[in-house]
Design a protein around this ligand. Structure first.
Ligand code: MG
Length: 231
C-alpha cells in the first residue's frame, strides 16, 4: 500500500523555518545494527518506537530486512513488550481494516500503533500507548529514516531521536519520498559536516556546530548521559 497525501507533513515543514533543530536527530546510524540497545537502556530509554519502511523493512514489504534480524532480536530482548511500530501506511486510516498492520505485527512480532494522524502529527497516540505501560514520552527512542516525518515526530513527542541513514531499498518507494530523503540527507551533511556515526555523532556535531555557527541537536537528558558514557 502506498502512503497517500500527508498535509500534516507539509504544515510541520513550515514550522522548521523557525525551528530547524526539530529536524536534527540526536543520533545518526547507518541502520539498526549500529544501535547499542543495551547502552540505550542503561542511559534511560525504556521504550522503542520504529518507523517501518526503509527502517525495518524494504518499502511496502511486510517482513524484516534479513540483514537486520539479529539487531531486531537484540532490541526485542532488551525492551520486551516495549517496542512499537509507527508507520505512515500500516495502522493509519489508509490501511483499510488495519489488515496491513496485522500482517506486520505477525511478521515482526511487535504491535503496530493504530493512529489517525500521520507523522509528524499525532504524537498523542504514541504517548498514550506508552503511558498505558508506565513509560513517559521522554523515555522513548524514536527510530526512522526520514527527518521531516520520523525525527520531527520524535522531537514533538519529547523522545530521543535516531536517524537510520542507509536506504534499505528504493524499489516501490514513491518518487516524492525518494527526492525528499535525498534533500534531507544533503541538509544533514551541510549542518553536520563530517559528523561521524553514533555515539560520536552527537559530540562531533555539537563541536562542528559551534565552529560553524550551525545547529546543535535539541537537548535531551538521555543524550547527555550517552555522551557522558562514551566520552
Ligand atoms: Mg520510513
Amino acid at each position: 500500500m502506498v502512503q497517500s497525501w500527508n498535509p500534516a507533513g507539509i504544515r510541520h515543514a513550515f514550522a522548521l523555518l523557525w525551528q530547524p533543530r526539530l529536524a536534527l536527530p540526536h543520533m545518526v546510524v547507518q541502520d539498526l545494527r549500529d544501535i547499542d540497545f543495551a547502552q540505550l537502556a542503561q542511559a534511560g530509554v525504556r521504550g522503542m518506537a520504529f518507523d517501518k519502511d526503509n527502517c525495518l523493512t524494504r518499502p511496502y514489504e511486510d517482513h524484516l530486512a534479513p540483514e537486520l534480524e539479529e539487531a531486531w532480536r537484540k532490541c526485542r530482548t532488551t525492551f520486551p513488550d516495549r517496542v512499537l511500530i509507527v508507520s505512515n501506511s500500516a495502522g493509519t486510516d489508509d490501511d483499510v481494516g488495519h489488515q496491513q498492520a496485522r500482517r506486520i505485527e505477525e511478521a515482526l512480532g511487535v504491535p503496530v500503533l493504530l493512529h489517525h494522524e500521520k507523522k509528524p502529527a499525532g504524537v498523542d497516540a504514541l504517548a498514550q500507548q506508552f503511558a498505558a505501560i508506565g513509560i513517559r514520552s521522554n523515555e522513548i527512542a524514536v527510530v526512522g529514516d526520514r527527518l521531516l516525518t520520523d525525527v520531527v515526530y520524535g522531537h514533538r513527542a519529547g523522545a530521543l531521536t535516531i536517524l537510520t541513514r542507509r536506504v534499505l531499498g528504493t524499489h516501490g518507494d514513491n518518487w516524492a519520498a525518494k527526492q525528499l530523503r535525498r534533500l534531507e540527507h544533503r541538509w544533514l551533511d551541510w549542518v553536520w559536516p563530517g559528523a561521524g556515526l553514533y555515539p560520536r555523532a552527537a559530540r562531533t556535531a555539537a563541536a562542528a556546530a559551534r565552529r560553524r555557527r550551525r545547529l546543535d541537536p535539541l537537548p535531551h537528558p538521555i543524550l547527555r548521559r550517552l555522551c557522558k558514557a562514551s566520552a
